[in-house]
Design a protein around this ligand. Sequence first.
Ligand code: PMP
Length: 407
Amino acid sequence: MTAEQAKTHEALFSERAAGIKQSAVRDVFELSLDPSLVSLAGGNPYLQLLPLEKIGQIAQRIIVEQGPVALQYGSGLGTEELRAQILEVMAAEGITNVGFDDVVVTNGSQSAQDMACKVFCDPGDTVLCEDPTYVGALNTFEAYQVTARPVGTDENGLIPAALRERIAELRAAGERIKFLYTIPNFNNPSGITLAAERRQEIVDICREEGILILEDNPYGMLRYEGEAAPTLRSLDAENVIYMGSFSKIFAPGLRIGWAAVPTHLFRRFYLAGEAVALCPPTLNQMIISSYLEEHDWKGQVAKYNELYRSRRDAMLAALAKYLPAGITHTHPAGGFFIWLTLPEGIDTYELLQEGVKAGVIFIPGAAFSPSGEASNKLRLAFCSVDEDTITEGVRRLSLLLQQALAS
Ligand code: PMP
């Protein structure tokens, strides 16, 4: 390919493609494959804890006994068996106001975000979100040429009054707000949870203002302390699209998630997914169905929680022990992540380059920030490495931070 030809092709890119970029998380993912580095970067669940032998037997049995079905195209809605089981999984989180016909199985919850944008957003539209928020969602918004506008938060999540003000301000400026995208439980990257007493008000504001809620809840069951607050969906079946996932409670490589969609919006929503992927993978859905049926999946979640709780505690203890003064961090009650705030002026992208040399990596904060104002912040993940490694990683990071603060 000559430079001339490449240029010709570049001119063919859509405007939309200009916004498509590799996420910072994927960039760092490549680095994390170096075994001499301690990676506090990846939010990968610790799958070694799964009953792998059993899952292998399930997969083999399904292929041998039901291969022509398992390896065939399936319904764009997902299999009936899994959709029915998803109702039980949601019920385990206290969500009982979803009907069978309101559930569509998706290729991970990532694709449910894409479907929502496709159905609701035109280029130039606005969506509201937390700051920081999930980088994968920000990338989807960008790909649909949608502007993500942050709403004020504190250590208890979205602030209802700030939401009201933001809506008024953006509307006064002529912006068309389509939905609030929120991760109410154990936000990725901040680890923050929306306080129970704020939830009804957030739901009420969005309903009154005619703004949908996209509730992204992949970590809800990974709770290490305290009582679960009601999901937004359980407070409003008509204005909340709920996105769930098997990625964190089972295995992300199967790429199976789901959306529970208000009845009147359902048809368009699922047809948008069908147009992209035809159907979610049949074999993987069948594996999950058998796993849910034959394995104590709630016991498995409890095992995960025990492991992640001790890893979280190890990270909090190491931060308390090693972190220099002047740096604050969140105290997540669940999920995978802790969010550090450094003094203004320390750029965590630059710090990451030093971290690679010093043998510790993390994700710089800016990628998660719709306002771009998180260059002095960073995300640590405690889910995928053991306690000693976490402690060593935090020690290395703290040495780096001491140097950065001194210079
Ligand atoms: N939402 C959030 C908040 C996430 O952290 C992730 C995965 N890291 C996803 C969605 C995507 O999950 P899935 O594997 O179901 O596509």
